[in-house]
Each structure stands twice: as C-alpha cells, then as structure tokens.
Ligand binder design. Sequence first.
Ligand code: MLC
Length: 512
Amino acid sequence: MNLAQVLAQSAVRNPEKVAIDFEGIPYTYAQLYEGINKCAQFLRRIGVKKGDRVAIQVPKCIEFVCLHLAVLSVGAITLPLNVGYPASEIQYFLTDSQSSVFVSYSKGYDAVKEAVDSIENLKVVMLDEKSPHGFDALVNELEKSSGDDVRKYPTEKDDVGILLYTSGTTGKPKGAMLTHKNLVSNMKALHEVWRWSENDVLLHALPLFHAHGLSVALHGGLYAGATIVMHEKFDPRRTWETLESVPCTVFMGVPTMYYRLMREWESIKPDLKRMRVFISGSAPLLENLFYKFEEATGFRILERYGMTEALMITSNPYEPERRIPKSVGYPLPGVNIRIVSDDGKDVEPGKVGEVWIKGDNVFKGYWNNPEKTRETFSDGWLKSGDLGYQDPEDDLRLYLVGRAKELIITGGYNVYPKEVENVLEEHEAVLEAAVVGIPDEDFGEKVTAAVVLKEDSKGMETDELIKYCKSKLASYKCPKIIFKVDSLPRNAMGKIQKHILQKELSEKVKEQ
Ligand code: MLC
C-alpha cells in the first residue's frame, strides 16, 4: 500500500482534469503526476532510499505537492516543516529525525544556513533560482528525468509516509510517525462520510505542513479526483470572492478562519450557490460562531475532531440538520473510541473521562522515542489527552470539554506551555516563567506569559523578551503578551497553579 499510488488512480481516471489550480496556474492530473514521477526519479538520483527522511521547509507551492508525493512514492518519509521555524528549531528537527535531505528556498535558507551547515551527511536541495544548486538545477534534473513510474517502489502498509512533529508536554517536539495505512484508511473514511466526489472544487487555504491542510484537505481532494483551488495564504475577503467566482463546493478551515470570514461577511455577502459544505477542525468551534455563520450564510459548519497522532477521529454527520455546535459527532468508520477514567476503566456514558482511540488511523508511535510511545498507549489504545463525554441519549455522540494535559490551541496550532517556558527561562534576565492560554476572539486562545525577573534585570522591557522568543521559536508559539510579576502562584507543594495564573492574567488582559 502506498498513498502516492492510491492517489495516482485519479490521474489515470481523469488525466486532463485540473487537479490543482495554484494561485491561478492550473495543473492537470497528468501534469501533476508527471511532476511527481520526475521528482521521484530526481530523489532516487540523489540517493534517497526507502525509509529516508526528506525534510521540506518551503512556502506553500506546487513543487511541495510534487516533492511530497514523490518522497512517498519512493518509499521515503516526508517531514513537512513550517516556514516560520527559526534555525534552532530546524536544527533540532533535522538532527532528531536524522533527515538525509533538506529542501529549502533561498529567502528562508539564509536564516537557517548556519544551523543546517553544521549537520553532517545532509543534502540541501534549493527550490529557487538564487542558489547555485537552485530551482534551475532541480528543474534541469527534472527535465533530464524520463518520468519514472512511481509504482516501481513497493511500500508496506505499516511503512511510515509522513513524520509530523508535535509539541510535547516536556518541552521538546516529538515526531509522530504516520503510516501509509493511517493515511489511506483515514482519507477513505472521510471520503465516505463527507461525500467527496470528482465534481467537488475545494478551496485550499490551509498550510501544507500539518495534518489538516496536508492529509485531510490535499490528499482528500486528490483522492476524490476533485479540483483543488490553492491559495498560498489565507485571506478572508479573497476566500469569499473565490468561493463565489470559481465557484467552489468545499471549504476547510480552523475556527480563526471562520471568525475572520464572518468579519468580512457584511461587506461582501457572496453568492454561495454551489457550496456544499464548510468543515472546521483543529480547535474548538464556539457555539456563537456556529450560529452566527448559519444565520449569515445559511450553512451549518460541519465540525470534526482530530489530532496529529490519529488524524481524523470523529465527525459531525453530513446531513446539515444533524450537525450541532459543541459536539464533534461520531467516530469515523473504522475508528473506535472509549471514555476512560484516571484508573483506566471505562466511565458510564454521559460521564467525563479521557478519550482513548483505536483504529487504522492511529499512528505508529513517536520517532526514536519508544518511551514516549509507551506512555501514550495503553493496551493498544491511544490516550488522546482530551477530556470528553458521550451522550447516552444521542447514540453516544461525542462532546469535548477540556484537556488532561496542559495545551494551548492558538489559531489551530498546538503549543505546549513547557516549550515556551523553557525558552524564557534560558534568558539571562528571567528567574522563572509560566505560560498559559488566555481566551481570545480571533485565535481562540492567546499564548500569554508571566515572568519573574532577576533582581538586577527588573527594569527590562517585556518587548525585548518577546523578540528573544521569536529568535528561538516559531512566532505562533511566542507569547503575544508577557507580564512581569513578583512571584508565581504556587500551592503548598510548590507547584505553579496555572488555573489561578490564567484567571489573573485574563483580568490583566481585560484591564489593558
Ligand atoms: C499566525 N500567527 C499566529 C498564528 N498564526 N499566532 C498565534 N496563533 C496562530 N495560529 C502570528 C503571525 O506569525 C504573526 O506574528 C501574527 O500572529 C499575526 O499573524 P496573522 O497575519 O494574523 O496570521 P495569519 O498569517 O493570517 O495566520 C492565521 C491563520 C494561521 C489562522 C490563517 O494561523 C493558520 O493557517 N492556522 C491554521 C493552522 C493549522 O493548519 N492547524 C492544523 C494543525 S493539524 P508576528 O509576530 O510575526 O506579527 C491538527 C489536527 C487536526 O491540529 O485535527 O486538524
């Protein structure tokens, strides 16, 4: 089983159809697969073998799609990276994953060059013209390639296809290994539940370096044989205009996108005559946004629940009248869930517990980290860290109510406070730091920090600390606000009381 091969069937069925329209440039399924095959041969030529990790840190572009599916088709593993990651994070991802190839672009490469150069046995492939080994070189290589047949490289269902780094409670991100079986089974389940068809036109405005934009949206659209209209960046006004003018049938976004779409609605009120479904995930969708959106557009947003380690887990039903706010619906075909108490026993239906997951969607484990993998599973069940309950009156419909672990979800990105606290505490002026999520209309939650500064640094401006964080962390992880405090609230055992701090900082934010 190979995801790239499964997707290639769409090219066989409908070669002349537009697969992806990237910023106004159309690529047919035949052209896309020619690109993938040529990239596959290029990868073989530079020595990429089965199981090798190929890290890709480039802005959203058609080359990313071709390279990613080429990596999979030669049995190697794609490691997609946010372009916002600074050098220190990139160095960690490349060394932890022992990647053999790093695909970059000149504008971004300068910022990470020093860190990347220090890594041995790493080939750098540049995706644009400014580098001596730049895009021209790659294109020349591709021109020379005869167009290799992707089906030549057999892959087993449990072979890893994608390595996605997720932030961790202890601070260091961990690489979640997603197998071809995970990717293909989940894609097929969503195809059925969301009634994808080749008549669909998906507006794709999500980043490609996460499960949502990559697996759910890109793979889903290609598997359906649909047309994907791709925008490099999300822009709410342009999204409405495109949904109307193309016209599109499917849109997927995180709640922040829906919030921003609503802010633009009144001034544009597009005609959504061909739209079929708006889907939301990666963060909780607030009830008032669900109703506001329905009132304005006539569409009930279909909310689903997923996580990197299990791809998509549950979904609201497709029938609009059965979509309800606050609930994430029912398990997808082939996915099983349990609601479990602290002692590992199933709770009664209706009672809150941790959501445990089993099925072909569940990942293989964390890269090179058997200990964390063991901690994450119990008897073959993935412990999600999310708290929820199933409604006994409604066929065990799932509701999520919180998290067992400290986690901030900001605009659909996960941030573990520990990672940010570690960075803050490495600063010479900081005695100690604590990070919490403060409710925010736009991002859902806003990363916010409290710091106790050392005696001789009390006069330091917090803006300087934010700037420092941005040099060490992707900007979405950095605190939007940092408060200087004299001490952090602690319990008798000395443990920081995050819920008290969260309340205190929320008040301070309101006062601002
Ligand atoms: C951008 N910024 C963010 C942010 N996105 N800060 C916090 N949280 C975010 N999500 C930073 C920018 O770097 C910038 O910082 C400042 O905030 C303002 O940026 P912006 O222009 O308003 O942001 P924009 O570029 O428009 O991005 C917003 C967004 C984006 C919502 C379009 O965040 C996004 O694409 N989110 C989707 C994330 C996603 O795909 N998650 C899926 C994970 S998979 P500065 O300091 O430079 O000004 C998963 C599984 C599942 O969770 O179930 O799906």
